[in-house]
Design a protein around this ligand. Structure first.
Ligand SMILES: [Zn+2]
Length: 267
């Protein structure tokens, strides 16, 4: 069994730890901060088998150098650091070109890891899927999606469609605890969604207890995340109200998504 645990980093980042059965060597996803990872490893008597990186932002990559140095000093080994080839990320020594490499076999993990190309938040953003667990970095959040820093709305829309088509039970391990803020916007865009309202209550209760709302599931996101539902009639109505100065008589899916993302940016 693959056990997945969160390490909290910075204000709202999650660094995900992947442990196969009772193996002592684990993988971490997007270690922006080495110290919290080292504290976790020491506290649980674990070692590091490798690092998976989704994109180049500092809060996902800032810990690579110190973790590589730590492993080299303590074992003499070179730590395997996977990341997207098209992004210049210092410390990545196994660069993945998702058009060519679609699955990875990682030492110690029983199941292969599927690599998905999900540009939009950054130009070369990738996601990893293993044992029904999706590590999607800053592409899909619970109730929201990443900002478009480098990609086009069309790229992000395509990436989100790809993720939304995964099996409903796929668990979504995104890299930030943004859920409550996302749900505030989601309810403004999709005010009559009863599932969204119920989820907001559940997420609010979890956060009040200091608990994570992550992982979410693809099935849940399909029913509550406005960015996966941009063509739902109530959301289209909200978009039309928000952008009433524009002629939106013939809006297509991509236009709805683009306007929704613009609205969220200023919400
Ligand atoms: Zn990012």
């Amino acid at each position: 069994m693959l056990t997945i645990t969160a390490i909290n980093a910075f204000n709202d980042n999650y660094i995900w730890v992947l442990q196969q059965d009772t193996q002592q060597a684990v993988y971490v996803v997007d270690p922006g901060d080495a110290n919290v990872v080292l504290d976790y490893l020491n506290a649980h008597q674990l070692t590091l088998a490798g690092i998976l990186i989704t994109h180049h932002h500092r809060d996902h990559t800032g810990g690579i150098a110190a973790l590589v140095a730590y492993v080299e000093q303590t074992t003499g080994d070179t730590l395997a650091v996977y990341g997207p080839q098209s992004e210049a990320i210092q410390g990545v020594n196994i660069a993945i070109e998702p058009q060519i490499t679609q699955t990875l076999s990682l030492a110690l993990l029983d199941s292969p890891v599927q690599v998905l190309s999900v540009p939009g938040h950054t130009a070369g953003h990738i996601a990893y899927l293993v044992d029904g667990a999706l590590f999607c970095g800053d592409t899909l959040f619970s109730g929201g999606c990443g900002r478009l820093f480098e990609g086009t709305p069309a790229q992000m829309w395509h990436s989100l469609r790809l993720l939304a088509a995964l099996p409903a039970e796929t668990r979504v391990y995104c890299a930030h605890e943004y859920t409550l803020a996302n749900l505030k916007f989601a309810q403004a865009a999709d005010p009559s969604n009863a599932k969204l309202k119920a989820y907001n209550e559940q997420a609010t209760a979890l956060r009040a207890q200091g608990k994570a709302t992550i992982p979410s599931t693809i099935g849940l996101e399909r029913s509550i995340n406005p960015f996966l539902r941009a063509v739902t009639p109530t959301i289209v109505d909200s978009i039309k109200q928000q952008f009433c100065d524009q002629d939106l008589s013939n809006v297509d899916e991509l236009t709805c998504f683009t306007l929704l993302r613009q609205w969220k940016d200023i919400f």
